[in-house]
Design a protein around this ligand. Structure first.
Ligand SMILES: CC(C)(COP(=O)(O)OP(=O)(O)OC[C@H]1O[C@@H](n2cnc3c(N)ncnc32)[C@H](O)[C@@H]1OP(=O)(O)O)[C@@H](O)C(=O)NCCC(=O)NCCS
Length: 180
């Protein structure tokens, strides 16, 4: 599977991608809002292997694609949509990018394409996402996508020695495509 947008190509992961993922997942800025304090080569190899296994599932439920720059082919992150079961009404999306490429609208561009695939390719009725409330960049991405905040879960996560609030966002098929 491959999705081409104005500046990006979202493509299937291959095993060799782990080195590019390792390079950005080791950055402190990337790790800030994750439970992980570090990533080892084996962690990241397993992470990419998980995406390869998803490609083989029958029926396929998870579509976690490598986000690459159209101009150079460089892998700068990933973006995906996940069904809990075949024929599900709801799916959730996620995304992450190399900090070196934040602030250029790439996460929004990739997530737009993946939501579009969810509604037109997977025919789901609702797409949702959750983010830590302090993750201002992610909250902004979800808002720019036209997703509505549906919930605020107080202190429902605990890692790195503190509790974290989580925000739940959702969008319905009838609300798509949304304007910025
Ligand atoms: C969240 C993330 C994907 C955003 O990627 P991105 O490519 O920079 O996103 P975009 O450029 O499409 O949009 C980011 C928006 O948030 C804004 N933003 C970014 N950091 C911000 C901050 N600290 N405070 C306020 N706004 C912020 C940007 O200005 C931009 O809004 P604008 O277009 O109105 O100017 C990226 O920061 C990331 O990968 N973080 C680590 C992994 C992660 O948190 N993933 C999401 C888990 S829910």
């Amino acid at each position: 599977m491959k999705i081409v947008t104005a500046r990006l190509v979202l493509r299937e992961f291959v095993a060799e991608d782990w080195t590019a993922v390792f390079a950005y997942q080791s950055k402190p800025l990337y790790l800030r809002y994750y439970p992980w304090v570090e990533r080892t080569a084996v962690d990241v190899q397993n992470f990419v292997q998980m995406f390869l296994a998803q490609q083989q599932a029958q029926p396929r439920l998870k579509f976690q694609l490598a986000v690459t720059l159209k101009a150079t082919g460089q892998l700068i992150g990933n973006c995906g949509i996940r069904l809990p079961e075949h024929g599900a009404l709801n799916a959730d999306i996620g995304y992450e990018l190399d900090p070196a490429h934040w602030g250029h609208g790439y996460a929004t561009e990739a997530a737009k394409a993946i939501i579009d695939f969810g509604f037109t390719g997977l025919h789901v009725h609702r797409i949702w996402a959750s983010t830590l409330a302090v993750n201002d960049g992610s909250v902004r991405v979800l808002s720019k996508l036209g997703m509505q905040q549906e919930g605020h879960l107080r202190e429902n996560e605990f890692f790195k020695g503190q509790y974290w609030d989580t925000l739940l966002f959702g969008i319905l098929a009838a609300e798509w495509p949304a304007s910025e």
